[in-house]
Design a protein around this ligand. Structure first.
Ligand SMILES: *Cc1c(COP(=O)(O)O)cnc(C)c1O
Length: 400
């Protein structure tokens, strides 16, 4: 029913400050207008009036699964296979520890140098904790396919590179991994809400991701975890918290995991934050990820062509082929940090990733062609007039 679809963009659904072109929704999505009233209602009506009864009457307890199903629909996961909670780093740890347990005879965890550091750090921490002689092997993104040998226990790969936007082929890589008996763990941090994902079709064992980027859940929004339904009952959670217990309110002294994906829950969920996310996710009702992707590719192609025509100092860091790119575009520039600060001061918000990457996220829910062209005009001004070459743009803040 194509004509029932919401058409893009839907800027009027977002609170976007006057005079800002927001190209950083890949890092923190903006505020959907309906979130503030919904959160206010939850806080004063549910928490304020219902007090502890909210766990039942407002079904706060069922929210991590309910929201998990909303996210699952956007990433091709079946009902009941995704649950929300904690942060992505914690979910990486949980998924990786479960994955490693599945291959006790293998000692290598494979990842790539395009992975986000927290994923690598969590793997290092897990390896130290296990004390079983595991190795974290980090290869270049282009080398992952060849590195999938029968020595590898788990491949822990982020589909879209946070720095360059380079995208791995999930189906092909999972098939190659499985051919070598490797357990596949995907991090969808820069995929969920950005590109169509077919988790079930890929056959991967685990997937994790965050919801404050393209899903607009707000700073600190909870993460998600997917476990392939046929495996979940065999997974012993490394973080055996009471809400992952089969009967939390039986208050037994022995841990017994819940029978399904709920075993990946840990403790009390962040209800206020999850309510913001639950409301933000309603924007996706009636949207088709294929349409979102088509619009995203068009915006990225225009941006690349315009920047290359008007800003000769910048060098493309992202793949030129749209099929190999997520929903962001990055450029190398020696003075990238200062240039980004100058650009932000003129209302075009992107971000900077060391050592020299200027990064721009394209989110077709609220960015259109006119925004892209206007942003490049301002970028051209910043570069050709060296507006970045001022002390105020060169002091590094705590968050870049
Ligand atoms: C954004 C991101 C994270 C952040 O993890 P948090 O625990 O949510 O802070 C981790 N991994 C990847 C791949 C990311 O892109």
């Amino acid at each position: 029913m194509k004509d029932a679809m919401t058409s893009l963009p839907m800027k009027d659904k977002f609170m976007l400050p006057e005079g800002v072109i927001y190209l950083d929704g890949n890092s923190l999505g903006p505020l959907p207008k309906s979130v503030a009233p919904r959160v206010a209602e939850m806080v004063t009506g549910e928490w304020g009036q219902h007090l502890i009864r909210g766990w039942n009457v407002d079904d706060w307890m069922g929210q991590p699964m309910r929201v998990g199903n909303q996210v699952g629909r956007l990433i091709g996961a079946p009902e009941g296979s995704v649950v929300m909670g904690d942060t992505l780093s914690v979910k990486v740890y949980q998924a990786l520890s479960a994955a490693v347990q599945m291959r006790p005879d293998r000692k290598v965890i494979l990842s790539d140098s395009g992975n986000f550091p927290s994923d690598l750090y969590m793997a290092q921490g897990l390896i130290a904790q296990l004390g079983q002689g595991h190795e974290l092997r980090i290869v270049a993104p282009e080398q992952v396919m060849d590195a999938l040998t029968d020595e590898i226990a788990v491949a822990m790969i982020t589909q879209v590179d946070y720095r360059t936007g380079r995208m791995h082929d999930m189906a092909a890589m999972t098939a190659k991994a499985h051919g070598a008996g490797v357990v596949m763990l995907w991090d969808l941090a820069h995929s969920a809400g950005a590109v169509p994902v077919d988790l079930q079709g890929s056959g991967c064992e685990f997937a994790v991701g965050c919801t404050y980027k393209y899903l607009n859940g707000g700073p600190g929004a909870p993460a998600f975890i997917y476990v392939r339904p046929d495996l979940v009952e065999d997974i012993m959670p490394a973080m055996s918290g009471w809400l992952g217990h089969a009967a939390p309110f039986a208050f037994e002294t022995e841990y017994r995991p819940a029978k399904d994906i709920e075993r990946m829950r840990v403790g009390t969920p962040p209800v206020v934050q999850m309510t913001a996310l639950e409301e933000a996710l309603t924007l996706w009702d009636g949207l088709d990820m294929a349409d979102v992707r088509a619009a995203s590719v068009a915006l990225c192609e225009t941006f690349i062509a315009e920047v290359e025509a008007r800003c000769p100092d910048l060098r493309l860091a992202s793949p030129r082929d749209a099929a190999m790119r997520g929903s962001q575009v990055s450029f190398h520039f020696e003075h990238g940090y200062a240039a980004m600060q100058a650009l932000i001061s003129k209302g075009v918000i992107g971000d900077f990733r060391a050592p020299d990457i200027m990064r721009f996220g394209f989110t077709p829910l609220y960015i259109d062609d006119a925004d892209v062209r206007a942003a490049v005009g301002i970028l051209e001004d910043v570069l050709s007039n060296r507006l970045w070459d001022r002390a105020e743009f060169k002091t590094t803040s705590r968050v870049t």
